[in-house]
Write a protein that binds this ligand. Structure first.
Ligand code: NAD
Ligand code: UD1
Length: 338
């Protein structure tokens, strides 16, 4: 059985390609390399010793997608392709709605035309907004997103739910990721952000490698044990394995299901800084800075449903993630070098 992976050259996509190949699936990848390069896919081949086809294709290009579906017998899709920078989405809302929503609709139209009606979608914990108490549970109210990026995730969830209501042949898995960090333990693939990283772990990694002087901790007066923001950091390899389980479930059960993919544990900014030191013996200099607009105090998952239905839970620790991040960052200080 072959699974089509959009955005497969990206951070989470490349790790998922590895886990899908190692689980015995055939994969076909498409990416427009707007935030990645084909080098990550070459490294996936190196890690797994397996070959697979990949295409440079924008998911908004329906003819390009149709050619790929015609060339391969595709049974299911994992849909990662999208833009993901929160700040940029505030400045460029049209680009975000066009790419993320327009791209998803183009993909779904081609899937329907080719009678492939199984899709696993990359959603985000951001859809829980700022009003819900932690831990976040799948049946809580969603919405109240504060930026166009988050709103695209919320809207795509609704589009996919409506599609399942309209046509019971569809199988949709909405995976709400918490905060993915870490890298493959080979050190060959990892997160390669463009410019100044927005997210905490890549910023810490760039301080450690000497690219940035110090970390700014955004606020220490939150309603958390040490005052710094608490998040649910999940190792990207655990997250990738969650996709293998979600695909297996989606091909056997019709309708729309939602799963949180997180560890179920909250970790503060300062705890993550300390875990990095524990894992790698590297001190991360930091200063306390003002809060970042839009940030919430606490975000972590209730992971009961993924365990009960998918039989999936995380296995790696944040110290593992810090060690693996450093192996990737120190071996590839300029990412994939593009
Ligand atoms: P990423 O930027 O590394 O990967 C996304 C990939 O999609 C990139 O390779 C990019 O080139 C590609 N892409 C973007 N637009 C495309 C288009 N129109 N056509 C074809 N390819 C396109 O990001 P990631 O961290 O791997 O995230 C993957 C998915 O998970 C995204 O949808 C993201 O919004 C979602 N997500 C990420 C996080 C996170 O913290 N990393 C959290 C929650 C959800
Ligand atoms: C951010 C996005 C969210 C997105 C998620 C993807 C914002 C407001 N939210 O969430 O929509 O789904 O990434 O993973 O951008 N921090 C610092 N210093 C830094 C960077 C971060 O102190 O240089 C703190 C933040 O205040 C937060 C924690 O570290 O408490 C984690 O931040 P980050 O990695 O950006 O993730 P989220 O805020 O959860």
């Amino acid at each position: 059985m072959a699974v089509f992976i959009t955005g497969g050259a990206g951070f989470i996509g490349s790790h998922t390609c590895v886990e899908m190949l190692e689980a015995g699936y055939e994969i076909v990848v498409a990416d427009n390399y707007s935030n990645s390069s084909a080098e990550s896919l070459e490294r996936v081949k190196k890690i797994t010793g397996k070959d697979f086809p990949y295409y440079e294709c924008d998911i908004r290009d329906k003819e390009g997608l149709a050619r790929i579906f015609d060339a391969h017998k595709i049974d299911a899709v994992i849909h990662f392709a999208g833009l993901k920078a929160v700040g940029e989405s505030v400045a460029k809302p049209l680009e975000y709605y066009d790419n993320n929503i327009g791209g998803t609709i183009a993909l779904l139209e081609v899937m329907r035309e080719k009678n492939v009606k199984t899709i696993v979608f990359s959603s985000s914990a951001t859809v829980y907004g700022s009003e819900n108490p932690v831990p976040f549970k799948e049946d809580m109210k969603t919405g109240g997103t504060t930026n166009p990026y988050g709103t695209t995730k919320y809207m795509i969830e609704i589009i996919l739910q409506d599609l399942c209501k309209a046509d019971p042949e569809w199988s949709v898995s909405l995976l709400r990721y918490f905060n993915p960090i870490g890298a493959h333990e080979s050190g060959l693939i990892g997160e390669a952000p463009n410019g100044i990283p927005n997210n905490l772990m890549p910023y810490i990694a760039q301080v450690a490698v000497g690219k940035r002087e110090k970390l700014s901790v955004f606020g220490n007066d939150y309603n958390t044990p040490d005052g710094t923001g608490v998040r649910d950091y999940i190792h990207v390899v655990d997250l990738a394995k969650g996709h293998v389980k979600a695909v297996a479930r989606a091909v056997s059960v019709k309708g729309c299901e939602v799963f949180n993919l997180g560890t179920g544990h909250g970790v503060s900014v300062l705890e993550l800084v300390n875990a990095f030191k524990e894992a790698n013996g590297i001190e991360i200099p930091y200063v306390i800075a003002p809060r970042r607009p839009g940030d919430i105090d606490n975000s972590y998952a209730d992971v009961t449903k993924a365990w009960e239905i998918l039989g999936w839970k995380t296995e790696k620790t944040i110290v593992d993630a810090c060690r693996d991040t450093w192996r990737w960052q120190s071996g590839n200080p300029d990412g994939y070098g593009n």
